[in-house]
Design a protein around this ligand. Structure first.
Ligand code: NAP
Length: 248
């Protein structure tokens, strides 16, 4: 089944983890894909090589989503290369976990710039082309931590909570142009990001997940396909949790 045939999707942070799963799923659903990375050039190239027989166009761009100028140049280049962007997925994100008493200004700023300002940067530049087309879907990767908070993640939780207010506001601003904006709140998904957590924290998370397992990137990607496709044509300004009922 190809639910996104002929479309183009721009995904930030597509070289690893959830972003990589989204790249693969969107290609399988018939969408052309433009994705970004910062340091994982070899991984990005390997994904393109792996997907070369899918019949869609896939391109990777080195672009730091936290930079306003790089986001502007990226969107310009992607529109030049693909002619359009139907769906933007603001997925790039980092953690710099530590308790507040130890948190440096740099750790706060890095997380806010990469996780929240990036969402502004990309959305700001994609809106005009989407408005011209009178169609678009913007999907912002938040986290259940943005809803419930987490000790040692005040910077991360604040950045992810900020995404909810941004998402609802954009949905209201551009709904009349047939542009939808939604957020996804993953729970605990198996990626490099969660590999970094110590065993005790992982066990605590697992104990609180009613489905009794970690999620997979592909399960988050499935939610993205739904929010990108016409199956969700009347859904905007919402948050879809993909969390195995964690903290619900
Ligand atoms: P990950 O495995 O660490 O991968 C992060 C991706 O983002 C990589 O492709 C990385 O590129 C890219 N990236 C990092 N900084 C960037 C920047 N400034 N500009 C562009 N790309 C950048 O992370 P993940 O676990 O897949 O998480 C993806 C998203 O889901 C994040 O927003 C995260 O907060 C959110 N999330 C994850 C979980 C979870 O359990 N994993 C739960 C809730 C929410 P390089 O490869 O080049 O470094």
């Amino acid at each position: 089944m190809s639910r996104l045939s002929g479309q183009t999707t721009l995904i930030t942070g597509g070289s690893r983890g959830i972003g990589e799963a989204i790249v693969r799923k969107f290609a399988a659903e018939g969408s052309n894909v433009a994705f970004t990375y910062v340091s994982s050039e070899a991984k990005a190239n390997a994904i393109i090589e792996d997907l070369k027989d899918t019949g869609v166009t896939i391109k990777a761009y080195r672009s730091d989503a936290s930079s306003y100028e790089q986001a502007e140049a990226l969107v310009k280049q992607v529109i030049e290369d693909f002619g359009q962007v139907d769906t933007l997925i603001n997925n790039a994100g980092i953690t710099r976990d530590t308790l507040m008493l130890r948190m440096s200004e740099d750790q706060w700023d890095a997380v806010m710039q990469t996780n929240l300002k990036s969402v502004f940067n990309l959305t700001k530049h994609i809106l005009r082309p989407m408005m011209k087309k009178r169609k678009g879907s913007i999907i912002n990767m938040s986290s259940v931590v943005g809803v419930f908070g987490n000790a040692g993640q005040a910077n991360y939780a604040a950045s992810k909570a900020g995404i909810f207010g941004f998402t609802k506001s954009i949905a209201k601003e551009v709904g009349s142009r047939n542009i939808r904006c939604n957020a996804i709140a993953p729970g605990f998904i198996e990626t490099d990001m969660t590999d970094e957590l110590d065993e005790k924290t992982k066990e605590q998370f697992l104990a609180g997940i009613p489905l009794k397992r970690l999620g997979k990137g592909e399960e988050v990607a499935n939610a993205c396909v739904f929010l990108a496709s016409d199956e969700s044509s009347y859904i905007s300004g919402q948050t879809l949790s993909v969390c195995g009922a964690l903290n619900c």
